[in-house]
Design a protein around this ligand. Structure first.
Ligand code: NAD
Ligand code: UGA
Length: 460
């Protein structure tokens, strides 16, 4: 049985960093080295000041503080880490393709392939290669082909071990996972990885399957979760027409144990780097097998989500007398959910884009997102010039600056601190009438209306 002494992880991002930090914390007998091409990112992981870690996750600083320098290392020396390791996790990004065949749908596997080629080129001893990134079903077949055609006599075993952590709760999800999924063909390789997790995960939560079930289950898990959000968001629009309240509907249906209460919070739309990307990928795979009905079914989850984002922006414009030109709209929140600094595919970006088309002046406050990131997100859409984005959008460090003289406030992220604000005092600072558009249904509507706000919440 292979005894794992050294692990390398390629990719020090939102998954590689926290996942491997928790492995290192629970396995002091294993040396864990996380490598990345991005020098600035590695420098930030090595920063003495734990506030400067590149990923913000509650509790992550303590885990890094415990293991870093003991058996957890961050490095740009990819070759060395690969060569020394018994087990290599691939945790690089797998974005949606922006060119060529499958553009806008298929996963771009160029980073994965580069990793495989580098592993093949530098390995001098047998390795277990673990797919940690989310990949299209049957990617392991391509990895196997690249790795096994090097002719250097090294034996490679490939495992699929998708990650199910959610951002904002990554550390608790990793410490106490609902399940760990390991797919593979070689029993010894599977057992070697089971043994790593067994250091802290109860045996009955470590599932082993064949490679293809494991790869596909990751895409399916994200598709099912996103589908729940789109389903309740569809109902939120119906609630707005019928005087039903979407929170009450969620609660009522969620008490049915067959439906369950989680993931039924209506919102301005789901964001994050993965839901959309993974469903598009599922749709692409289904279409590539000629399964049109399957593809169309899942694509509807994305269509509904896009509708929800644009509907929210239209609601703002329509309510403010059909013009937001030159009006100051304060955005509370830019991250795609609370407790993270990640803004990838955040609904806020798309809502802002709609309002900027109408020449609104947007002032953004988010407790964890930087000015630089906001401009990057808007510039990436390429809807207007970078100069126009900077002319119309301001990013501030305090909510007070955002709110002063605003015509409207839009809540885009459900940060806890927004609930604790003195809304009575905020009302005084705003222009009249004072509009609040609550895209997270975060505040108490009765209270907000009694304070004199023109208050609108999703699904009410
Ligand atoms: P990320 O962009 O934060 O991190 C990926 C890192 O890989 C980057 O720092 C990049 O520089 C590095 N990289 C790319 N190619 C490289 C190479 N050839 N050599 C060395 N480093 C390289 O991405 P992420 O959010 O950590 O996601 C990684 C994967 O995990 C994706 O497939 C994603 O779908 C999946 N996933 C993400 C989450 C999440 O919450 N973010 C959760 C579960 C699964
Ligand atoms: C999601 C999954 O929950 C993870 O299991 C998975 O590992 C991860 O994707 C991934 O593969 O990247 P994440 O995107 O980090 O995690 O966060 P979620 O909590 O799932 O939220 C996703 C989006 O849905 C957020 O914008 C959130 O605000 C929204 N959401 C979630 C709702 O609008 N309503 C809900 O009830 C739940």
């Amino acid at each position: 049985m292979k005894n794992i002494k050294k692990i390398a992880c390629i990719g020090a991002g939102y998954v590689g960093g926290p996942t491997m930090a928790v492995v290192a914390q629970h396995c002091p007998h294993i040396q864990v080295t996380i490598v990345d091409l991005n020098e600035a990112r590695i420098a930030a992981w090595n920063d003495e000041n734990l506030d400067n870690l590149p990923v913000y996750e509650p509790g992550l600083d303590a885990v890094v503080a415990e293991a870093r320098g003991r058996n957890l290392f961050f490095s740009t020396d990819i070759t060395k880490a690969i060569d020394e390791a018994d087990m290599i996790f691939i945790s690089v990004n797998t974005p949606t393709k922006t060119y060529g065949k499958g553009k806008g749908q298929a996963a771009d596997l160029k980073y994965i392939e580069l990793c495989a080629r580098q592993i093949a080129a530098v390995s001098t001893t047998d390795k277990i290669v673990v797919e940690k990134s989310t990949l299209p079903v049957r990617t392991a077949a391509a990895l196997k082909s690249i790795l096994n055609n090097t002719g250097n006599g090294v034996k490679f075993d490939i495992l699929s071990n998708p990650e199910f952590l959610a951002e904002g709760t990554a550390v608790t999800d990793l410490q106490n996972p609902d399940r760990v999924l390991i797919g593979g063909e070689d029993a010894e390789a599977i057992q070697a990885l089971v043994n790593v997790y067994a250091n802290w995960v109860p045996a009955d939560r470590i599932l082993t399957t064949n490679l293809w079930s494991s790869e596909l289950s990751k895409l399916v898990a994200n598709a099912f979760l996103a589908q729940r959000v789109s389903s309740i968001n569809a109902i939120s629009e119906l609630c707005e027409k019928t005087e039903a309240n979407v929170d009450e509907v969620s609660h009522a249906i969620g008490m049915d144990s067959r439906i369950g209460s989680k993931f039924l919070k209506a919102s301005v739309g789901f964001g994050g780097s993965c839901f959309q990307k993974d469903i598009l990928n599922l749709v692409y795979i289904a279409r590539s097998y000629g399964l049109t009905a399957v593809a169309d079914y899942w694509e509807q989850v994305i269509i509904m989500n896009d509708h929800q984002k644009s509907r929210f922006a239209q609601k703002i414009i329509h309510t403010m007398y059909n013009t937001v030109n030159g009006k100051k709209i304060a955005f509370l929140g830019w991250a795609f959910k609370k407790d993270t600094n990640d803004t990838r595919e955040s609904a806020a970006i798309y809502v802002a884009d709609h309002l900027l088309d109408e020449e609104a002046e947007i002032v953004i406050y988010d407790p964890k997102v930087t000015e630089d990131q906001v401009y990057k997100d808007l510039d990436y859409l390429a809807t207007r010039s970078p100069e126009a984005n900077r002319r119309l959008v301001t990013v501030v460090n305090t909510p007070t600056e955002a709110i002063l003289d605003a015509h409207a406030i839009a809540i885009l992220t459900e940060w806890d601190e927004f609930k604790a604000y003195d809304w009575q005092a905020i009302k005084v600072q705003m222009k009249k009438p004072s509009f609040v558009f609550d895209g997270r249904k975060l505040l108490n509507s009765k209270e907000m209306r009694s304070l004199g706000f023109d208050y609108y919440a999703i699904g009410e």
